[in-house]
Every structure is written in structure tokens, then in C-alpha cells.
Design a protein around this ligand. Structure first.
Ligand code: GLN
Length: 204
């Protein structure tokens, strides 16, 4: 069975595990360096990116993660997870060290504070059917992307401008929103397909 680990340092780990299981894959928690080697793909959940960043170092996970990601392991980051996958973070802590898996600049807490959290119905490229209910909780937006990054969904921010909130580069997927909390598991199913394709070498 395909195994998609959920990085379990902080954040809403259980919700991702449940969503992945409903998408038909095994979804163990990943906390130790050795566990990084045993997954076919990885989800980095939402939570607090500065905390997860510190814990990645404290748990000795930075190098194993870096190596697997450089080797093309599929990864999906939601919210704080999106921030961690970026190449550049705006409004981050100075010591925050992104994994630089997706060539993009993200702005932390871009939509405002906790009270400015919101929901929107989004059309996401690659996801068929009705628009997705997307939940944004102190979410980042993507400020700019490199040429190999595909923007899958956008929303209009409080500044009146349109901002990417779902992106993909190769085997790496990221969303500003939290699909694990709505019961609509189409993003997890898309990611599970990406992981299966990477296993068989088929394009997805
Ligand atoms: N604002 C948080 C951060 O900077 C992300 C919020 C979330 O993951 N819901 O990490």
C-alpha cells in the first residue's frame, strides 16, 4: 500500500491522517529521522511554521527531509506547511529556514490576523467537480512564483489583488488553505495520485 507520512511535530496531524486514509493510503505519523526513509510521500500540516521549523531542527529531521525532497519525494504542505516549502518567506522570523522545495515567495499571515480567517469556494485546477470549500486560518498567500511553478487556485485578498493560494511544482503541492477540516478530501486524493504516479514513474 502507498504510504504517505504526516510530519507530526505540531499542528493538525490527525485530520490529515484521517483525510489520507479516506483517500485510500496508509498515513503514519513521522517524527523521527528514520521514519522519513519509510514513506512514499509526506504531508506537512498547518500549525505554526516558526514552531515546526524549530522542531525540524530539534528532532534532527532537517537533513533527512532535505535529502528525500532533493530526491523528488512527493510532498504536500498546507498553510504552515506551504510556508515551510517556500524558497523565500516574507514576514517570517529572521531565523526561519524554509525547505526551499517550491520556487516561490510566500507572505505569512497575509490575509490578516486570526479574526480575519475566512472561507471561500474555490475552483482548483486538476480537481474536478464542484468548487472546493476552502478554509483559511491565518493563512499565507503566494507573492510570486518561479517559472516552473503552476498556480492552481487564486483568491482576491483584502488589498483587492488576486493571489495564488494553491501551487504545484513537480511532485510538490502546497495550499494556503486547510482541506483536511472540511470532509472534502479531493486535495488529498490528488496528492495520493501524485505519490502513486511517482512510484510507478508515470506522469501525473
Ligand atoms: N500563520 C501560521 C504560520 O505562520 C500558519 C497558520 C496555519 O497553518 N493555519 O505558520
Amino acid at each position: 500500500m502507498t504510504v504517505i507520512g504526516v510530519l507530526a511535530l505540531q499542528g493538525d496531524v490527525r485530520e490529515h491522517q484521517r483525510a489520507l486514509q479516506e483517500a485510500g493510503v496508509d498515513a503514519p505519523a513521522v517524527r523521527r529521522p528514520a521514519e522519513v526513509a519509510h514513506v512514499d510521500g509526506l504531508v506537512i500540516p498547518g500549525g505554526e511554521s516558526t514552531t515546526i521549523d524549530k522542531l525540524i531542527t530539534a528532532f534532527g529531521l532537517r537533513e533527512p527531509l532535505r535529502q528525500r525532497l532533493a530526491g523528488g519525494m512527493p510532498v504536500y504542505g498546507s498553510c504552515a506547511g506551504m510556508i515551510l516549502l517556500a524558497s523565500t518567506i516574507l514576514d517570517g522570523r529572521p531565523d526561519q529556514e524554509p525547505l526551499a522545495t517550491i520556487e516561490m515567495t510566500v507572505r505569512r499571515n497575509a490575509f490578516g490576523r486570526q479574526v480575519d480567517s475566512f472561507e471561500a469556494d474555490l475552483a482548483v485546477a486538476g480537481i474536478a467537480g464542484a468548487p472546493m470549500r476552502a478554509v483559511f486560518i491565518r493563512a499565507p498567500w503566494v507573492e510570486s512564483v518561479g517559472q516552473d511553478v503552476r498556480v492552481l487556485a487564486t483568491v482576491t485578498g483584502p488589498d483587492g489583488a488576486t493571489h495564488p493560494v494553491a501551487v504545484r511544482q513537480g511532485n510538490a503541492l502546497a495550499t494556503s488553505f486547510h482541506p483536511e477540516v472540511t470532509g472534502d478530501h479531493r486535495v488529498h486524493a490528488l496528492f495520493a495520485d501524485m505519490v502513486r504516479s511517482a512510484q510507478t514513474g508515470a506522469p501525473s
